[in-house]
Write a protein that binds this ligand. Structure first.
Ligand SMILES: Nc1ncnc2c1ncn2[C@@H]1O[C@H](COP(=O)(O)OP(=O)(O)OP(=O)(O)O)[C@@H](O)[C@H]1O
Ligand SMILES: [Mg+2]
Length: 274
């Protein structure tokens, strides 16, 4: 089980869409779960978008401020989760809806780091992979604690100059953090739009590609705005590739966890475990 942070940059590269596609298709062993926590300080968008406002109650990350002050962050977390599994299936695909307004982020200053610590332990006890949508600014400031605590940080980027230029300064900051975090897995989730080839982006941004997703307007529109896509939606190129992305991100997280468990003396000078 692992914590995987998805981050972006300005221009709306598709972090929330990618995270939600990940939640809906995440490869799950029996008895395991996956949670998408919308921790974008600029606010969440899944409830008003994909869910078209149809939710069972006022569930929100914002409610965790109060739970945190009362010393009941973990119980509060469970209370705020919405089950997005298909009807009649086990409640194994969970959503923590994000803030309703960026103004609420100010009240989260104390809670972000405690939430990061909680996720770091909770994913094991709850048997739950955690996907964090940190949005365009979430890797900075107080909420940066969430990125720092993740096993893997995946930067969502498209193959356009605008997207790559917006991502580069964020990546530099994240790389510094990853260096201080004992080999934290950090790389790109590349959305196939724009003229740049994978190798050009890898060179320009200095990160490996962890997964690629197709540019699939039809399926992305349903994930961003809702609507009934029928069977074609679940068979869409985007959702199919998202399942592969989930398996790839799980592998990167598992490799990092294995490296952390390897005693330092067993690691050769070239960095590989014997
Ligand atoms: N793989 C994709 N193919 C085609 N369009 C996409 C894809 N992913 C996202 N989009 C589209 O890009 C737009 C922005 O997506 P999204 O809201 O996920 O971006 P974001 O990075 O979360 O933005 P923000 O920083 O505003 O939260 C939406 O219209 C969505 O439909
Ligand atoms: Mg978003």
């Amino acid at each position: 089980m692992s914590v995987i942070a998805l981050v972006g940059a300005s221009g709306g590269p598709g972090v929330t869409t990618t995270a939600l596609a990940g939640l809906l298709t995440w490869p799950l062993q029996p008895g395991r779960r996956v949670l998408l926590a919308e921790c974008d300080p600029d606010g969440g968008s899944v409830v008003a978008g994909y869910l078209e406002g149809r939710v069972p109650g006022p569930h929100s990350l914002a409610n965790l401020q109060v739970a945190d002050r009362l010393g009941r962050l973990e119980e509060g977390l469970w209370e705020q989760l919405i089950n997005l599994s298909v009807p009649d299936a086990a409640a194994d695909r969970l959503l923590l809806p994000g803030l309703k307004s960026p103004a609420q982020a100010a009240g989260m200053q104390q809670t972000w780091p405690r939430l990061a610590t909680l996720f770091g332990a909770w994913h094991r006890s709850a048997g739950c992979d955690v996907l964090l949508d940190l949005g365009r600014s979430g890797a900075y400031g107080a909420s940066g604690a969430l990125a720092a605590a993740a096993d893997v940080v995946a930067v969502v980027v498209r193959g356009t100059l605008r997207a790559a230029a917006a991502a580069r300064p964020r990546i530099e900051a994240l790389q510094e953090m990853a260096a201080a975090r004992a080999g934290q897995g950090i790389g790109l989730v590349l959305i196939d739009e724009g003229p740049y080839a994978e190798r050009d982006l890898v060179q320009y941004l200095g990160l490996p590609v962890l997964a690629r997703l197709p540019y699939d307007e039809k399926a992305a529109r349903i994930l961003a705005h809702g609507g009934d896509g029928g069977k074609a939606f679940s068979r869409s190129p985007l959702l199919r590739q998202a399942a592969a992305m989930g398996a790839q991100l799980q592998q990167v997280a598992a490799a990092r966890q294995a490296a952390l468990q390897t005693p330092a003396g067993e690691v050769t000078a070239r960095g590989s475990a014997r």
